[in-house]
Ligand binder design. Structure first.
Ligand code: MN
Ligand code: MN
Length: 300
C-alpha cells in the first residue's frame, strides 16, 4: 500500500507514532492544470531545510510521535482511489492514530472525512449517527458543484459532497471564487462562509473565532486547500486565485483550530509552477499544524 518513507523529522515507527503522515500523489480530475501529484515528495524535500525546534511553541519535532508512511500507490480512477484511501484512513483511526494526508488534489479529502465520520459515529453504542464530526476548510473556491466534467468526485465538488453526505457542521474560510449557483446554495442553506475580503476587513483572529463557534465541535476535520493563499506567496497551485489570504492568516487558523481536530490534510499544491514556494509553505504549515495540536494537548 505505502512506499518510500522519507520525512526528515518523522523518526518514529508506525506502532510508536501518534501522527501518521501519508502522501497521495493523485491529480487526475484537476480542471485547470495538474501537478499536485508532485507535492508530497516536494514537501518532504522542503522539510529538510527546517530546524527541528520551534521557538513559538517551545517544542521539538523529534519529540513528537510522527511517522511518515510514504506515498499511496494510486489508481487512475478517482472512485477507486477514494475507496482505498477510505480503508487506509480507517485502519489508521482504528489504531488510535491521527491521519495527516498530503495531496494530491482536493477530491481526495472526501475519503478521510468519511472515514473520520464513520469512525467517530461507530463509537456511540453501534448507533450509526453518533457524534457528528465537523469540517473546516480553507479554500479559494467553494467546491460546491454537484458534479463537474462528468465526474461526481471532481475536485471542484468536494465540499458539496462532504456537506450533503457527511456533515452539515461545515464552515469555510478564504473563499472568493464560485459560480452564482454555489453562492446561492451557501446562502439558502445558511452555511457559514468567510470570504478573503471578510478576513481582510475583520482580521483573521475574529473570523476564526466565529468559525469555530459556528462549528461548536472538538472533532473537527481540517482541510487546507493551498490555493486559499494568495498566489503572490505561492503560484505553485493547480487553480491559483488572486486576492487571497496571507501565510500568516493560514497559520493563525491552524494555531486556533488544531487542538480541536481529528484529521488534517494539505492539498492542491502544484510545485512545478513556482520556484519551490508552494512546497515550502505547505511543508511549513503542516509542521505548524502538528506543533499547534501538540501544544494544545500539552496545555490541557
Ligand atoms: Mn478545493
Ligand atoms: Mn481551491
Amino acid at each position: 500500500m505505502f512506499s518510500l518513507p522519507s520525512f526528515y523529522d518523522a523518526i518514529y515507527d508506525y506502532d510508536d507514532a501518534e501522527y501518521i503522515i501519508f502522501g497521495v500523489p493523485f491529480d487526475c480530475t484537476s480542471s485547470y492544470r495538474a501537478g499536485s501529484r508532485w507535492a508530497p515528495d516536494e514537501m518532504r524535500k522542503a522539510c529538510q531545510n527546517f530546524e527541528t525546534y520551534d521557538y513559538y511553541h517551545k517544542l521539538d519535532m523529534t519529540d513528537i510521535l510522527v511517522h511518515d508512511a510514504g506515498n499511496m500507490d494510486t489508481a487512475v480512477a478517482v472512485d477507486d482511489v477514494l475507496e482505498e484511501l477510505y480503508d487506509d484512513v480507517t485502519a489508521i483511526l482504528r489504531d488510535g492514530k491521527f491521519p495527516i494526508m498530503l495531496g494530491g488534489e482536493h477530491s481526495l479529502s472526501y475519503a478521510p472525512v468519511k472515514a473520520c465520520r464513520d469512525h467517530y459515529a461507530e463509537k456511540t453504542d453501534g448507533e450509526d449517527v453518533g457524534e457528528e464530526i465537523a469540517f473546516l476548510v480553507l479554500d479559494a473556491h467553494l467546491d460546491m458543484r454537484t458534479d463537474f466534467r462528468g465526474l461526481t468526485h471532481n475536485h471542484a465538488c468536494v465540499s458539496r459532497h462532504i456537506y450533503e453526505d457527511l456533515t452539515t457542521k461545515y464552515a469555510t474560510i478564504g473563499v472568493r471564487s464560485g459560480p452564482e449557483e454555489e453562492w446561492a446554495y451557501m446562502e439558502e442553506n445558511k452555511i457559514p462562509f468567510f470570504t478573503a475580503d471578510d478576513v481582510d476587513e475583520r482580521g483573521i483572529k475574529d473570523v476564526v473565532k466565529e468559525a469555530l463557534e459556528a462549528l461548536d465541535s472538538d472533532k473537527i476535520y481540517l482541510s487546507l486547500d493551498m490555493d486559499v493563499i494568495d498566489p503572490a506567496y505561492c503560484a505553485g497551485l493547480g487553480t491559483p486565485e488572486p486576492f487571497g489570504l496571507t501565510p500568516r492568516d493560514v497559520r493563525e487558523v491552524l494555531r486556533a483550530a488544531a487542538p480541536k481536530t481529528i484529521g488534517f490534510d494539505v492539498v492542491e499544491a502544484a510545485p512545478e509552477y513556482d520556484q519551490g514556494n508552494a512546497a515550502i509553505l505547505a511543508a511549513k504549515l503542516m509542521r505548524e499544524f502538528i506543533f499547534s495540536r501538540e501544544a494544545g494537548k500539552r496545555r490541557s
